[in-house]
Design a protein around this ligand. Structure first.
Ligand SMILES: Cc1cc2nc3c(=O)[nH]c(=O)nc-3n(C[C@H](O)[C@H](O)[C@H](O)COP(=O)(O)OP(=O)(O)OC[C@H]3O[C@@H](n4cnc5c(N)ncnc54)[C@H](O)[C@@H]3O)c2cc1C
Ligand code: SF4
Length: 345
């Protein structure tokens, strides 16, 4: 591990005053691993655990505010999340392990870095870790890599489950810096790699996440599902995951649909035109398959032979249909492995 200085901040103002090149430490479940591997080498750490940012409370205009330091477990089990946003609770509970969820924070979850093996392996070139050094994943083992939105510079995926649900729910990220406060729509928070794969998101240097706002979305609570397809039934990152939510009119027609994919791109993947195909439709397999095709339009496999991720394209197509069927059937199961969650696709 490289040398670093360590400070604690006792107020948001004090934390952001450090700004610049300091790295904030929340749960530390990702940052400290990266530092031990040498994949991250911050020279200054600012511990933000003493900041008053762990509350989960109703937002003034409806919806819910999640403090950036609320632990993933506290968020998933909070009654206002469990009852109003079961999609989010299910997504969080499908990730990591109970111990890690007890430590990991909501703000840190948004900023966790890719699980591309080559990013962690400091002996190999990686444009995300060392800009301009090349991408070791292209043409190599790509099982965990992107099929959508990749670039010739990086084919990594964003590993978060929570973020897939937040994308579908159209969350808003509140951030603060010495320059002031701003709000970032979730769709604009993470970015595609383009020619700057080192930048995972649109945060400016030194900006602190203070809260994550969930818009009023209780109408989705009755019909939502998070489906995660992975190598084993727990403690594994998604090969493909789907957040699906539906609303219906009195005649059973779909009035609103939300769909987001995880494990397939550098950010949670959403296309509103795919959702629009479901509006006004009766919920059936034909409509679901058309929405899945639109969501996956342009998907491209990486690698070849045993290292290829071509299997992810049909897997994602079927997972979207399955997740929509699960959402149609009722509220999502909060326990990964129960209901149809984790079933083979
Ligand atoms: C073994 C293992 C398995 C896992 N499996 C899954 C999984 O299946 N699904 C899943 O979604 N996740 C999984 N995770 C990832 C886990 O969810 C993240 O490590 C965790 O959410 C990060 O939160 P943290 O508070 O520990 O962040 P930290 O490690 O403290 O920080 C992560 C990054 O965020 C920055 N940061 C933290 N808080 C703020 C803030 N408020 N403002 C600005 N910057 C901030 C830090 O500077 C750092 O860059 C797994 C992790 C491990 C170790
Ligand atoms: S896919 Fe991205 S993170 Fe992985 S080696 Fe290539 S540049 Fe690095």
């Amino acid at each position: 591990m490289s040398p670093f200085t360590y400070e604690t901040a006792d107020s948001t103002a004090a934390a952001v005053a450090h700004g610049g090149d300091a790295a904030y430490v929340a749960g530390g479940t990702n940052l400290l691993d990266l530092m031990k591997e040498g994949a991250a080498r911050p020279q200054r750490l600012v511990d933000i655990n003493a900041l008053p940012l762990a509350d989960i409370a109703p937002a003034p205009g409806g919806g819910l505010l999640l403090g950036a330091l609320a632990r993933n477990a506290a968020t998933a089990h909070h009654p206002l999340v469990r009852d109003g946003y079961p999609l989010l609770a299910a997504a969080i509970l499908s990730g990591a392990s109970p111990q890690i969820r007890n430590m990991a924070t909501d703000g840190g979850n948004l900023l966790q870095r890719t699980r591309c093996h080559y990013f962690y392996d400091t002996g190999t070139p990686c444009n995300k870790r060392v800009p301009g050094s090349g991408c070791s994943a292209i043409g190599n083992l790509t099982r965990q890599h992107a099929i959508l939105g990749a670039s010739p510079h990086c084919i990594a995926t964003h590993p978060s489950d929570m973020c897939v649900a937040l994308a579908a729910l159209e969350a808003v990220v509140h951030v603060e810096s010495p320059a002031g406060r701003r709000r970032i729509a979730f769709a604009d928070f993470h970015r595609l790699p383009g020619d700057r794969p080192d930048a995972d998101n649109t945060l400016q240097s030194g900006e602190l996440i203070t809260q994550i706002e969930l818009p009023p979305a209780q109408a989705f609570a009755a019909h939502s599902a998070y489906l995660k397809v992975r190598e084993r039934a727990s403690y594994a990152f998604a090969l493909v995951s789907v957040a699906a939510a539906l609303q219906f009119d009195a005649n059973g027609r779909i009035t609103q649909a939300r769909l987001a994919l995880g494990g397939v791109a550098h950010k949670p993947w959403r296309r509103t035109e795919a959702e629009a195909l479901l509006h006004g439709r009766q919920p059936d397999c034909t409509a679901f398959a058309a929405a899945a095709s639109a969501l996956l339009a342009g998907a491209q496999a990486q690698g070849s032979g045993a290292g290829s991720n071509a299997f992810k394209i049909p897997m994602a197509q079927r997972a979207v249909v399955r997740a929509l069927e699960m959402a149609l059937a009722g509220p999502t199961s909060l326990l990964p492995g129960s209901k149809m969650n984790g079933a083979p696709v």
